[in-house]
Each structure stands twice: as C-alpha cells, then as structure tokens.
Design a protein around this ligand. Sequence first.
Ligand code: ADP
Length: 426
Amino acid sequence: MNWVLVSAFLILAILSLRQRRRTREEWRQIGRIIEAIGEGSRPKSFILHGEKALQQIGIGLEKLADQRDRLESQISREGFNLQAILASMVEGVMVVDVDGVIRLVNDSLLALFDLKTTPVNRGALHTLRDAAIEAVLRKALATGEVQFREIEMIASKRHLALSAAPVRDSAGAVLGVAATFHDISRVKQLEEVRRDFVANVSHELRTPLSIFQGYVEMLRENPELPREEISSTLQVLSKHSTRLNALVEDLLSIARLESRQDGLKLAPWDAARFLSSVEEDWRLKFQAQEVRFCIEIAPDLPSICVDHFKLEQVFNNLLENALKYTPAGGSVTLRAAQAPASGELSGTDVEIRVIDTGSGIPAADLPHIFERFYRADKARSRALGGTGLGLSIVKHIVQIHGGSVRAESVVGSGSSFIIRLPGATA
Ligand code: ADP
C-alpha cells in the first residue's frame, strides 16, 4: 500500500515539475514577444507552442503588433507630410497656444528672426521681442478672427506681412494662433524707389518749368522790352527747354527699357565698323572742344551679339559725359579687347573701356554714380545740362545684354567706364 502511495506521489511530483517547466517556457515565449513589441521591433514569429489558449494569445499579440505598425506608419506619413510642407514654405510659420507659448515653427521662421535654436516651448514675446507681433497674436486669440498687419523690424530692416489665424478644435474652441510671416522687404524697397523716382522727377521738372513761367510772364507784361533783352530772355528759355527735352527723352528711355516694350534686336557686332561710326558722330564735337578722340581695337575680339541702337545710346551717354568733364587738351579713348577670364566670368567676353583724362570722380561718389538722379557735382552737372539719368540708362542697357558696367576714377587724372559684354558662347 505504502509503495502505491509513494509511486503515486512520485508521479504527481514529476508531472507537476514538468508542468512548471512547461509553464515557465510558455511565459518565456510570451515575454520574448512582448519585449520585442515593447522595443518597437517585430518578433520573428508569434507562434506559441502549447495549448490552444496559448496559441490564441499568440494570435492576439500578432494583431496588437500589426495595429502598432499601422499606427506608426500613419504617424510617420503624416509627420513627413507636415514637416515637408512646413520646410518647403518660404514664409515663416509659427503656431502659438492660448498662453502665448510657441508650439511649432519652420526653418524659414528661424531664418527670418535670426534664431539660432528652436524657440518651441518658449514665449512668443520673449522669443521675437516685438510688441507689435505680440499684439496681433493676442488680437487673433481674443477675437477669434484672422488678423493682418505689416511689421517693420528695426534691427534687421526687414518688412514682414503677418497674418495670424486662430486654430480651433473640432468643437470650435480657439486652441491657439497660426501665424505666417511673409518677407515683403523687396516690395517695400521697390515702392520706395518708385516714390523717390516720382519725387525726383517732380523736382527736376519744377525748376525749369517755374523759370519758364517766370520769363514768359515777364515777356507778356513787358511787350515793349528792348530787343537785346528779349533775345537774352529767349536764350534762357531755349536753354531750359533743351534741358526739359533731355529729361523727357531720358525718362522715356527708362520707361521703354523698364517695360521692355521694344525688346532687344540682337545682331553680330563688328567692333571696328561700330566704333568708327560712333567716332564719326562725335568727331566735330570733340574737335570743337579740343579733346583728342582715340579708338583702340585689339585683334581677335570674341564675337558678340548686341542691340546696335541701344549700344549706341550707351556710348552716346558715356562720350557726352567724358566730353563734359574733360577740359581742352585732354583725351578720350575707346578701347575694345577680349575681357580677362575671372571667376565665373568667361574669357570669351568683350570689354570696352571709355577712358578720359578729365576731372575724375571722388571715391565717395563712385559707388553711387549709376543710381538715378545721382550727381557727383550737382551744380556742375545741371549747368552742363545733365539729367542725372545717363549712367543709370547705360547700366540698364548693359544689364539687359547680360553684361556689367563699372567705373574707376582718380580725381584730377580721369575716369574709366568699363563695360563687359558676354561672348556669343557664354
Ligand atoms: P549727368 O546727366 O549728371 O551726367 P549721369 O548719370 O550721366 O548724369 O552721371 C552721373 C554723375 O556721374 C554725373 O553727374 C557726374 O558727377 C559723374 N560723372 C559721370 N561721368 C563722368 C566723367 N566721365 N567724369 C567725371 N564725372 C562723371
């Protein structure tokens, strides 16, 4: 009897030991799968060896892993889309919550505000240090309506167009504000140039017109004036009408160049023929002022195409200046050669220099002489009938040919205007 009991006990002990070992093994399998899912990786297999219930657990865990994978790829897809859109925007984007804390920005915003580190989780006012922007954000939050405003940033001299739109949840409650900053500095600059231009034109027109009016009235009120006086008055009127004419001509040139109405009529350039025809046009004027005129053309000039009429305008303006500022006994040289290759500029360009031995241009004025209405010596330019527009027309024409123009000068020794025109293969 005892023997039977002992045997039964032993069998039970062995069975329980086996069961414990199996259960431990099963838990280990489950543990391995859960650990893999927890680490974000996918287990090699979800098959659990054991009873049916255990296999059910394996199937359940596989479903869980599938769902997690789906969610992850959905999140990364949406994340990619949002980030890609934000990163590709030229506008600066910033999302601020109801407490004024920045929740999201894109790279353009960092660049616009010169931010070296991400401002996310920091206050908008503290980060951007601009009370006007803060006020717009606050108003969008308070009213729940889109706000627009132009912001001038004093330090960076930038002009920004800010629009701030409330962000709402599905129930319509305002969660924050999405602000976009558009850099409109260039537009503002163009507006300013245009305003200055109109002011300058009005100023240039006012002087000769008021002189005109004064003299005409004087003639009307004094019909019995002696002949000599009438003649000298008419001379003054003629001088001012010439000036007005020159101004209107230059303004029309600028308007035509800007509107590109007539486009460029490009044709191959024959340097020798072109420059000698220019010389012919100017020979008498140079002789009358006793200024020597020379032409130097290097052999083997690269071939270029130009708009002959417009290039003539360039040389007429440059030679008129050279003659204006070069006293008798001096000289003006037109020199055409192959331009030296430098940096990205090709060696197939042509360089034409207009060199005079005149009064020269002070170094402080040199960077500005191509600006409209800029005159180094205002009184002298006006007295000589200058409009202050000649060089800006020169620059414009050279630029639409794809070329460049610059000036070098030494006061008292003379000036050189250097034009570079791109070669046909450039
Ligand atoms: P302007 O009608 O007054 O000549 P430009 O635009 O042609 O206007 O020239 C701008 C200014 O540059 C001139 O007012 C003059 O002060 C200076 N300048 C231009 N060319 C010369 C030159 N060859 N020598 C000296 N000064 C020059």
